[in-house]
Design a protein around this ligand. Sequence first.
Ligand SMILES: Nc1ncnc2c1ncn2[C@@H]1O[C@H](COP(=O)(O)OP(=O)(O)O)[C@@H](O)[C@H]1O
Ligand SMILES: [Mg+2]
Length: 292
Amino acid sequence: MANIHLAEKPATVTAGVVPEPVAEGERNGRTLEERLRWFPPNTHITVRGLDKRFGAEVIYDKFDLNIPRGKITSIFGPNGCGKSTLVNIISGLIPYEGGQILFDGKTLDETRIGYVFQNYREALFPWMRAVDNIHYPLKLMGVPAKERKRRVDALIESFDVPIDFSSYPYQLSGGQMQTICIMRALVVEPEVLFLDEPFSALDYEMSLLMRDRVQRIFQERGTTMVIVSHDLEDAVWLSDYVLLLTRKPTRIAEFVEYDAPRPRTDDTVSDAKFIRVKKRCLDIFLKEAALR
Ligand SMILES: Nc1ncnc2c1ncn2[C@@H]1O[C@H](COP(=O)(O)OP(=O)(O)O)[C@@H](O)[C@H]1O
Ligand SMILES: [Mg+2]
C-alpha cells in the first residue's frame, strides 16, 4: 500500500485536527479506495469499509473509523456490540471479511503493537517470574540482556507499584497480574497499545491505581492507546476521546472529546466538564442500549 498521507481529500469531508468519523451520508456513493485516500491530520489508525460477521450475524458493515495519534481513545457501547471484536481485528488477532486497516499508512506487519487481554489469568506464563514475563517479548525480539535489563528496570521504576517482581504469577493478586500484563505490553515500546477492559477484574482501589499508572506512562511516552471499557468513569477519566458505538450492526454513535489537562486526579471526577462529558456519553449509551 502506497503512502496515503498526501492524497487530496474528498470534497464532502471536512478537514480538522479532530478525527471525524465518516457519517453514513458522506459515505454513500464513495468507493473504498476514495475513502481510504483521505483521513484527518493526526490520525494514527484508519479503518475503512470493515465487514465482519460471525455466521449470519453482521457485526460491522462497511465500518469506517479514524483513531487519533498520541491520544487515548476509549471504546464504549452496549454489551456485545463488537468492542472486543474491533480491537481484535485491528490488532490482527481475528480475521475479517472485507475492508482495510492501516497504521500511518503502514500495515499491521510493519507496526509494533501491544495488547493487554481482559483475561489476565491466562495471559502470563505461570512458570516464569513476573520480571521474566516482562522480559519475554524483548527476548523474542533479540534485545541483548543488558539493554533488556535497562528497559525493564526503567519501566518498573516508572510504574512504582507495590509488587515483588521476583514472584511467580500464582503468588500475585489479580491486580498485580494485570499490572505485569500491562508492563509486558509496554516494554516493547509499542506504537499503539490496545487494552481490552484492563481494569474490569480489579477491585476499585487497584483500578484507581492502574488508571493513574496508565496515564503516567501515556504522559511519559505519548503512545497511542485504545482502551475498551465498560466503566464510563474510567473511560472518560483516561481519555482524550470516547468512541461511542451503536448496537449491531455497529456504527459510530458519536466521538466525544474530553480535553481536560493532565495529569487528571481524584478531583477530576467532580469537575463540571467531566460530569458534563460523562452525562453526554451516558445519554448516548442509554439511547443505544434501550433499542435492544
Ligand atoms: N468467536 C465468536 N463466534 C461467534 N460469535 C462471536 C464470537 N466472538 C464474538 N461473537 C459475537 O459477536 C458480538 C460482538 O462480540 P464482542 O466484540 O465480544 O462484544 P463486546 O462489545 O461486548 O466486546 C456478540 O454478539 C458476540 O456474541
Ligand atoms: Mg468485550
